[in-house]
Design a protein around this ligand. Structure first.
Ligand SMILES: C[S@@+](CC[C@H](N)C(=O)[O-])C[C@H]1O[C@@H](n2cnc3c(N)ncnc32)[C@H](O)[C@@H]1O
Length: 249
């Protein structure tokens, strides 16, 4: 019985890709001009403030050690709201997402001379290059790992490493932490909603993660992993973390 209950919490039943695409299309239709709301960067149903957004952007740039000579790959980039801001601090930024609707928004509202956006499924990453034949020194996947099952991180890192330079920095950011999930579901009504949606496989928060999942996945590729808190003043700080992978020296 105890094992069954543990298994229920351990193995997240993720919503399927079609449901997810509809979910983001619906968000985009409801908030056609609010890029942050479209991709769920909200608190109490409203888009996070510009000041908070700026702090998240600063943290991403810091964690990636982003510099003007860098080519950045942004996996699951959504509408490119972060990609565009980070592109101004890099040589180029390439964003991919499997939502054609969000990539349309990215192309129309987040593009710059040094950005590129393509539709791609990160579970089957195609060969992506910053230019004709190069590799990416910096890769990020922000606020998206919850859409991937818990056993997918090691294979994902392997796929990413095939696209990177020898000494990359890989940020997997804004990850929901399993041990703190009841800080997100912080009232009994919210907990009951969580449990009932989980039963039918429609918990849009998706999978929750342990830091040991990261350490193990990194070690299997000779990567070290460091963990970082989300910016002060954000609600996400209570239940999410950033993780940075680098080659073990
Ligand atoms: C919460 S949004 C975050 C978007 C963006 N990274 C940001 O922080 O603004 C999650 C994104 O992951 C994308 N996504 C989920 N699974 C994906 C997959 N297998 N391949 C590509 N994109 C995916 C969704 O379409 C969505 O745009």
């Amino acid at each position: 019985m105890v094992i069954a209950v543990k298994g229920f919490f351990r193995n997240e039943r993720l919503v399927n890709a079609d449901y997810l695409a509809c979910y983001y299309d619906d968000r985009t239709a409801r908030a056609p001009t609010d890029l942050l709301k479209q991709v769920g960067h909200t608190e109490s149903g409203e888009a996070i403030s510009i000041d908070m957004f700026d702090r998240l952007v600063e943290d991403i740039a810091l964690r990636l050690d982003l510099s003007p000579g860098d080519d950045l790959l942004d996996l699951c980039c959504g509408n490119g709201v972060f990609t565009a801001r980070l592109a101004s601090r890099a040589r180029s930024a390439f964003g991919v997402d499997f939502s054609a609707g969000l990539i349309d928004v990215a192309r129309s509202q987040s593009s710059a001379p040094n950005t590129r956006f393509e539709v791609a499924d990160v579970r089957r990453l195609p060969r992506l290059t910053p230019d004709g034949d190069g590799k990416f020194p910096k890769v990020m996947m922000y606020a998206a790992l919850q859409h991937f099952p818990n056993d997918s991180l090691a294979p994902l890192l392997g796929d990413i490493l095939a696209l990177t330079t020898d000494d990359p920095v890989i940020l997997i950011g804004f990850v929901p932490e399993r041990s703190r999930r009841f800080a997100f579901y912080d009232s009994w009504p919210r907990r009951l909603t969580y449990l009932s949606r989980k039963l039918v496989g429609k918990d849009v928060m998706g999978s929750w993660w342990n830091r040991t999942d990261f350490e193990r996945a990194g070690a299997s590729h000779g990567l070290t992993c460091s963990f970082h808190p989300i910016a002060e003043g954000t609600r996400a700080r209570d239940y999410r973390f950033d993780a940075v992978f680098r080659k073990r020296v």
